[in-house]
Design a binder for this molecule. Sequence first.
Ligand SMILES: [Mg+2]
Length: 219
Amino acid sequence: MRAVIFDLDQTLLDREKSLLDFLAWQCEGMLRPYLDDQAAFVSRFMELDANGAVWKDKVYSALIDEFQIEGWSCAELLAVYESCFCAFAVPRSGVLEALNAISPHYKLGIISNGMTPFQERNFRGLEIASMFRSVIVSAAVNLRKPDAAIFHLACCELGVRPGEAVYVGDNPVTDVEGARDAGLRTIFIPSKTHPICTAADASCDEMSRLPQILNTITG
Ligand SMILES: [Mg+2]
């Protein structure tokens, strides 16, 4: 094995914590005059967001109606989300330790289904960018996981064959089945939303264990 390619949200990025911290800041700074119950707003945001599946124009426009927010438009709240979320981006626990351990031995890449340049900015917010040789965001290349072509593009940018790469991600379909069908080995990251994935070569419930798990599947 010569390369390890990662998903971003809930794999390298602790998206839930990053989002909750961002929302606390947005509530306190922009929305305080309009909200009696900030906790209710945050909890409804998380529900409408559906783990990132729904883009925030829809989320904010529903929230403006439901909480009768006057004074900010959907476009204004969205613009602040797009430009400021990255300042709250934090890695999952154990990620920095794992990357430091594996980066001398493998070429590292990222494939994220998401908006550009939003996801690139969030990735840079994690301050791990210098370790990565390939960063691919779906909207920028007009391909999305689980399309095999996006996995092959990442391998091509890293100069490896699919059989020489491992893909690490938290979504059983777009990450694990997509990468497997493209010819890569796979490591699944369990979460509350998807606790199990039988299609993966291995699972990694604590990121600091990743180097050891990589050894077992590539050894
Ligand atoms: Mg993910």
